[in-house]
Design a protein around this ligand. Structure first.
Ligand SMILES: NC(=O)C1=CN([C@@H]2O[C@H](COP(=O)(O)OP(=O)(O)OC[C@H]3O[C@@H](n4cnc5c(N)ncnc54)[C@H](OP(=O)(O)O)[C@@H]3O)[C@@H](O)[C@H]2O)C=CC1
Ligand SMILES: N[C@@H](CC=O)C(=O)O
Length: 834
């Protein structure tokens, strides 16, 4: 709506009657007798002697009346039953409200319903509705509800009159709908008021009369418009629109459940939001109140204690204004493009294009033209798009034939998302934040528009992306938390610890960082749980059989949540084989599973290539559990250093075993203990064979750009050949067979004044080895504690004295913490304030 829309002429503006407050109650506020009582209580609690109350029909009445007229015209005799039901609903509510004092109102209503029945019977005979009859019927609900409320308020002791707006309000019909004849309406209102002085006045919403004297209606949501008109006619000091929400929300709550009520909006913000589909208040409704500077408040009849949203009230003072107040979307649109070199620098092309659309009665929702003038693009309603395309083809038929216009195209299935706020004017970075948020969840923007008022940035996106785009933008402007939909594969020792850590941190992350990490799916090989926002606690009790990872993926990548992340806490190669597809689909991946990083080179390259396209891949915990090993190496390399060699103890299990083993307890008993403590791999042979350490070395080498495969690593295995093919259970059972050999080796080493340590080495020529070393007792690797890992990086900068990362390198808790930290790093790249 434009600020230049026809407004109340100055001569017709009554001086503000500071003591008169205007209210409008919608149909849901007047659904039944107890709703009428609630409305009366609200009015009784209002300050000031004068109350002007505009009412809608009882909920559902207007639709019922339209259906009655349609049925009568069709000759469907069923209208009689529906008429009787509607009559009884109004009579019953009146009896409940007025009790012994109901007779006059009941008789009046009965008379009205009899007139309606006669009119419907006449329509049934005629078989065609006149516009007059249809509009007269549509508006009856307001006539009835106004009288019912007025009589009830009178019975409650208020000095109250009832005005049928058709006696006062005169309208014509223009392109935008009803146009008020202010001069006539104002004079009639003054005259009527002189004859009906009670300070309380109930007025019928929605209905009016034409200049020719015919009953008419103001169009859908017309009662809001009526309220604004009568507030202006009465010179009210404010207008409250009572409905069933706590005011205007920052976005459509059906698409953004975290939408928040807005305390205040300027008129312009309200108009922008309303125009773009938000359920605020129809822009036309605002015309009389803007002209008069009348503050409007939107409040909830069912929660009158809530302050609601103030529109056009006093300026918000010096407090910093959020750049974006709200977001709204218009669906079912199409992008229309006119393209060609023949348009460049030719004056009047835009005028001809939009003139043609006007002539075809096509309303343009959004316009965008690049400075090259090579194309003009606009967004129109999808239902109008074929007509719009044909109109443009007709208008430019000659240019199309000469090739000066290359194409006229239509892309249907479009939604326009608008970010609205007065505070974005002059503030750099607002567009960047919106576009960045959409980019991070992989949403393509088809067209962009921002007016010079800088109050609205609109983007056209594919309809399928509507909900995700709205949620991502909503979170980007801190109107709601950044929500990440998380799926966990492998709730074993590490996975279970991670679930517990996520649950423990959830409320704090939400409160302090507006980050909503929502675990919505858990999968094992045999079980699958898919949930929503209620958390993954006791997921096993709610899981189904069959860990179908396709269903898991579909659920995690929910259409309504902007960001999806899979955490793989399995040790499965088959799960790692899915990473590239997940990443390519925009799903972020975090994992402690080494199978991807140390797996086949082509697969690793495919994963890296997929992650370069936007979705994040983090795997810090694969090498040092909770230790910052990979990130330290990355920092060195990213700042221009060069890895010369890496050496260390990379296995928490093997560190713990050789730190503990002194020959007093069998080695096999210690392996059982390490397994029980959660230090070992699911198959402890992966540790004892050196495979796990070799994998970590390959991951580090590849990180440094060394082209290494697992097969390139010289590995010393501690697993006897006889146990290599056994099952895990059999291996653990027969492990003691291995005790004598290791005891003998330990004794020899100790007698030589040395210690056994399992060491990994990568040299500057890319030679890699892992194996048991007999180290001098004063070697740095000989003095580690418990599961401590140590990684020494020799680099160009750290040549003489290597950079060392050291600390616990195994265990569910520390590993889960490393995975969690990666999840938070991903969330930070998505815009979370961490
Ligand atoms: N423990 C530690 O200290 C560290 C572990 N890691 C890594 O963390 C990962 C998990 O280790 P941990 O928790 O000890 O192992 P667990 O054996 O305790 O847990 C593994 C989980 O993965 C599930 N799983 C296995 N295969 C599949 C599959 N194909 N599809 C779905 N789920 C599957 C298992 O469920 P089920 O068997 O019921 O199907 C189980 O829930 C491993 O990759 C390990 O290398 C990394 C650093 C340190
Ligand atoms: N089993 C592994 C766990 C971490 O990767 C180890 O002991 O280091």
């Amino acid at each position: 709506m434009s600020r230049n829309a026809p407004a109340l002429p100055a001569a017709a503006v009554p001086a503000a009657a500071a003591s008169c407050a205007a209210h409008k109650f919608g149909g849901s506020s007047l659904a039944n007798a107890s709703c009428f009582c609630r409305v009366a209580a609200i009015l009784a609690a209002q300050p000031g002697p004068q109350q002007l109350v505009v009412v809608s029909a009882m909920r559902g009445t207007t639709d019922a009346l339209i259906a009655l007229a349609d049925a009568a015209v069709r000759g469907d005799g069923g209208w009689k039953g529906a008429h009787a039901a509607l009559r009884e609903r109004h009579l019953a509510a009146t009896r409940d409200l007025l009790g012994d004092d109901a007779d006059a109102t009941l008789a009046w209503l009965d008379h009205g319903f009899t007139d309606l029945a006669n009119l419907l019977a006449a329509l049934a005979v005629l078989g065609t509705p006149s516009r007059e009859a249809a509009e007269a019927i549509q508006g009856l609900g307001e006539v009835w509800s106004a009288r019912m409320l007025s009589d009830f308020l009178t019975r409650e002791g208020h000095d109250c009159a009832c005005l049928d707006a058709r006696d006062v309000l005169v309208v014509g019909h223009g392109e935008l709908g009803a146009v008020v004849d202010w001069e006539t309406s104002s004079a009639r209102y003054a005259d009527w008021r002189a004859r009906h002085p009670p300070p309380w006045l109930v007025v019928t919403g929605f209905v009016a009369r034409t200049r020719e004297g015919r009953a008419t209606v103001l169009g859908r949501n017309g009662s809001d418009y009526s309220a604004a008109i009568f507030a202006a006619l009465a010179g009210a000091s404010e207008l409250t629109l009572w409905g069933d929400t706590d005011g205007v929300l920052s976005a459509d709550p059906r698409l953004v459940p975290d939408a928040v009520p807005l305390a205040a909006l300027s008129y312009d913000e309200a108009c922008e939001l309303a125009y773009f589909g938000a359920k605020v208040i129809h822009p036309q409704t605002l015309t009389p109140v803007i002209a008069r500077g009348l503050p409007v408040r939107i409040r909830n009849t069912f929660r009158p204690e809530h302050a609601g949203t103030a529109i056009g009230g006093p300026a918000e003072g010096d407090a910093p204004r959020p750049p974006v107040k709200g977001l709204s979307v218009v669906r079912d649109l199409a992008v229309l493009t006119l393209e060609g070199a023949g348009m460049i620098g030719v004056p009047g092309t835009a005028e001809r294009a939009f003139g043609a659309l006007h002539a075809a009665s096509v309303s343009v929702v959004m316009i965008s033209q690049g400075s090259s003038e090579h194309s003009i693009c606009c967004v129109v309603r999808e239902a109008d798009s074929a007509r719009a395309e044909a109109a443009l083809r007709r208008a430019f038929v000659a240019e199309l034939a000469r090739g000066e216009i290359a194409s006229v195209g239509v892309a249907a299935g479009i939604s326009v998302l608008a970010a609205v706020g007065d505070g974005m004017a002059g503030q750099p970075g607002v567009a960047a934040r919106l576009f960045g948020a959409l980019a991070r969840c992989g949403i393509n923007i088809r067209a962009i528009a921002q007016g010079a008022s800088e109050r609205n940035i609109s983007v056209a996106v594919d309809a399928a992306d509507t909900a995700r785009a709205l949620r991502a933008a909503h979170a980007a402007f801190w109107l709601s938390p950044q929500t990440v939909s998380i799926g966990l594969v492998g709730p074993g020792k590490v996975g279970a610890a991670l679930l517990a850590q996520l649950e423990a941190a959830r409320a704090r992350l939400l409160r302090e960082h507006q980050l909503d990490l929502r675990v919505r799916a858990v999968a094992t090989r045999g079980l699958l749980w898919l949930g929503e926002a209620d958390g993954a606690a006791a997921w096993q009790d709610r899981a189904s059989e069959g860990g179908d990872l396709d269903a898991f993926t579909r659920h995690v990548q929910a259409e309504h949540l902007p960001h999806a992340l899979v955490v793989d806490c399995s040790a499965s190669d088959a799960v790692a084989a899915r990473y590239a597809d997940w990443l390519a689909a925009g799903i972020h991946v975090v994992t402690p599973n080494k199978h991807a990083g140390a797996g086949p080179r082509e697969r690793w390259q495919a994963i890296r290539a997929a992650s370069a396209r936007g979705a994040r891949f983090r795997y810090e915990a694969t090498v040092g559990a909770g230790l910052p090993v990979i990130s330290t190496l990355r920092d060195l390399l990213d700042t221009g250093d060069e890895l010369l060699a890496a050496e260390g103890i990379f296995s928490g299990t093997l560190a713990w075993l050789f730190n503990r083993y002194d020959g007093s307890v069998p080695f096999s008993a210690l392996v059982h203990e390490a397994h029980a403590l959660g230090y070992t791999e699911p198959d402890p042979r992966d540790d004892l064979s050196g495979t796990d350490v070799a994998r970590k070395l390959v991951i580090l080498a590849r990180e440094a750009g060394v082209d290494l495969d697992l097969a390139d690593v010289a590995v010393e295995s501690l697993v006897p050949a006889s146990l290599r093919a056994a099952s895990v259970e059999e291996f653990m059972h027969r492990l003691s067979e291995f005790d004598a050999a290791i005891a003998a080796r330990h004794a020899r080493t100790r007698d030589a004044g040395r210690v056994l340590r399992y060491v990994a080495r990568l040299d500057r020529d890319g030679r890699a080895s892992v194996g048991l070393d007999e180290l001098p007792a004063d070697h740095a690797f000989a003095h580690l504690r418990l599961t401590d890992n140590i990684v020494q990086f020799s680099t160009r900068r750290y040549r003489d004295n290597p950079l060392v990362v050291q600390g616990p390198g195994a265990g569910p808790e520390v590993t889960a913490a490393g995975v969690f930290a990666d999840v938070l790093r991903v969330a930070a790249t998505l815009g979370a304030r961490l």
